[in-house]
Design a protein around this ligand. Structure first.
Ligand code: GLN
Length: 307
């Protein structure tokens, strides 16, 4: 898509979606997220041909929450290779992101790496494999966009930890079922830290551009992983990135993507672009209401979806 038409389409849809009365509600189970101004709305598209464009609050930091689960997975997959799939499955769960339901009948193997149980197992792997997990994860993420602005938020981490009863339950359950090598408290501490990553739409879309580029960071040429690994992670985002709304996202938007309860969504169009949207109001399934609406209109009007 050329730059002028892309900018025009993004601006037109942005204004239309911004004007919608319905905007969902910010996550209220994490106190620090509940106080975010619900009218915030930003979009940034990073294209492989360098025709980048942002609008609205696209340079304002927000909590990326579960979007970070893709980045943890990439790092763990790169380190452990195919062995990783012995610890976590690749099937959509059809349940809420923090559900405990399937874990017992699945003998402690989470359905996929993006539900909380799966992400806890991935974090357990990172603790076992990395020398300084917190620093190493942050350095990995920064290496994907060295000019970007990304860091952990101690405030959001503490806020989530103070009320993270379900995640405590999940980690202890996983430990009792034999799928955590480290102590649940250590796993939870790193999990909450990684979920607290904050950045803006501009940096987030740049970070994820390697997923549109067969696993290679476009600006540095660094190979994060192979084309085949990139295909697999994109496939997981497509089938599991939106929990029990993954089918709906594929149906309406038609791109691999990942959401977070901070109201962010990142979506990938392989070989073309990565796009990040942030609007803190969530729908009933915990995904950004306006973010989904924007992306649906964008892929429909540009006819740029993978289907
Ligand atoms: N940190 C959040 C949690 O564990 C992440 C959930 C999400 O973004 N879907 O509940």
């Amino acid at each position: 898509m050329n730059q002028v038409s892309c900018n025009e389409v993004v601006s037109t849809i942005y204004q239309r979606v911004k004007a919608l009365k319905e905007k969902g509600k910010p996550a209220n189970y994490i106190p620090e997220l509940a106080i975010v101004e619900p009218s915030k709305f930003g979009v940034h598209i990073a294209q492989l041909n360098d025709a980048n464009f942002g609008i609205g609050d696209f340079q304002e930091n927000f909590s990326i929450q579960s979007i970070s689960k893709v980045l943890s997975l990439c790092l763990a997959y790169r380190i452990l290779g195919e062995k990783i799939w012995k610890r976590v499955d690749v099937e959509p769960s059809g349940t809420k992101f923090n559900s405990l339901l399937q874990l017992e009948s699945d003998n402690g193997i989470p359905r996929n790496p993006f539900i909380n149980a799966g992400a806890l197992v991935i974090v357990d792997i990172l603790i076992s494999e990395l020398e300084n997990p917190k620093e190493d994860v942050l350095n990995f993420v920064k290496s994907l966009c060295p000019s970007g602005n990304i860091d952990y938020s101690p405030k959001v981490k503490a806020s989530e930890k103070s009320v993270g009863y379900r995640n405590f339950a999940l980690a202890n359950f996983l430990k009792s079922l034999g799928n955590l090598d480290n102590e649940p408290n250590d796993v939870l501490d790193l999990y909450f830290t990684i979920c607290s990553l904050e950045t803006d739409c501009e940096t987030l879309s740049e970070i994820f551009l390697f997923m549109a580029n067969d696993g290679i960071v476009p600006h540095s040429g660094e190979k994060v992983f192979s084309k085949s690994y990139s295909k697999r992670v994109n496939a997981l985002m497509q089938t599991c990135g939106f929990y029990d709304e993954s089918g709906e996202f594929a149906f309406r938007v038609g791109l691999p993507g990942k959401s977070g309860v901070g109201g962010g969504i990142v979506a990938i169009y392989p070989d073309k672009y990565s796009i990040a949207v942030w609007s803190p109001g969530l729908n009933a399934k915990g995904n950004s209401y306006k973010g989904m609406k924007f992306l649906e209109d964008f892929t429909t009007e540009t006819e740029m979806s993978i289907f």
